[in-house]
Ligand binder design. Structure first.
Ligand code: PEP
Ligand code: MN
Length: 280
């Protein structure tokens, strides 16, 4: 045992065969690699729909987009909130892609749960224990991001909170941690992938966008994540990254995303895993 914590429900021993979280027919944690992509934030109808069409064409299985954005400065764009949720539902209707979006506060849970197919709990909320219990009680699939300064023991105990509230549909996501290295936004901790998979039965995704902070690094680290055994990727894509209202620096263009998916498919094939694809 490498992680010492009281993991009654999350531990691999509780479910040795592993967990598959089924989101409208997209199976996360099975043999297929699942790619989740879309803009950091929902900015407008035109911006979201163009990104949603582009990621679908490029091979994404699920659409991402933030409506409630946790931003470091209160003076930056903090999301369209309820209007953002409405636009995500519109994008799902048009593309057929399931939607993941962040729930920042338990007070917004009814509205976010009414729109999303997966509830995202962000890095800054990984130890918001009341929020963890609320998303646990919702019974909806939860994508729980690793806190930027959380150990893996703390991370798995956060997942345990969700499961202890009665929800088995938990998806983990490594998104980079704070280190002494300033050239990247975070240090993408790919050690986490095999360690989490050894210690837990939950699916493990990797977010190379926030993990690096640089769009040009994203394809390399996406391939590395899949080589390390990740069950899927969470990637930010924007049709005009230079004008993005948040995280343009780590957002891929649709063309770069398409090329990344091709590369990732090659690595996936080498490790014996197909990419998840929607029926055309
Ligand atoms: C995000 O995925 O939109 C996000 C805010 O990421 P994190 O919580 O990992 O910073
Ligand atoms: Mn972002």
């Amino acid at each position: 045992m490498s992680i010492s914590a009281d993991l009654r429900l999350v531990a691999r021993a509780a479910k040795p065969g592993g967990t598959i979280v089924d989101v409208r027919g997209v199976r996360i944690g099975g043999p297929e690699i699942v790619i989740i992509a879309g803009p950091c934030a929902v900015e407008s109808e035109a911006q979201l729909l163009s990104a949603a069409r582009a990621v679908k064409a490029g091979g994404a299985a699920i659409l991402r987009g933030g409506a409630f954005k946790p931003r470091t400065s209160p003076y930056t764009f903090r999301g369209l909130e309820l209007e953002g949720l409405r636009l995500l539902a519109l994008a799902r209707e048009e593309t057929g892609l399931p939607v993941v979006t962040e729930v920042m506060d338990a007070r917004h849970l009814p509205e976010v749960a009414g729109c999303a197919d997966i509830l995202q709990v962000g890095s800054r909320n990984m130890q918001n224990f009341t929020l963890l219990e609320e998303v646990g009680r919702s019974g909806m699939p939860v994508l729980l991001k690793r806190g930027m300064s959380a150990t893996l023991a703390e991370y798995l105990q956060a997942a345990e909170y969700i499961m202890a509230a009665g929800n088995e549909r938990v998806i983990l996501c490594e998104r980079g941690i704070r280190t002494f290295e300033p050239s990247t936004r975070n240090t993408l901790d790919l050690n986490a992938v095999p360690m989490l998979q050894r210690e837990s039965h939950l699916p493990v995704l990797v977010d190379p966008s926030h993990g690096t902070g640089h769009a040009w690094m994203v394809p390399a680290m996406a391939c590395a994540a899949v080589a390390a055994g990740a069950d899927g990727l969470l990637v930010e894509v924007h049709c005009d990254p230079e004008r993005a209202l948040s995280d343009g620096a780590n957002s891929l263009t649709p063309e770069a995303f398409r090329r990344m998916v091709e590369q990732v498919a090659g690595v996936a094939a080498a490790v014996g895993r197909p990419l998840f694809k929607h029926e055309p």
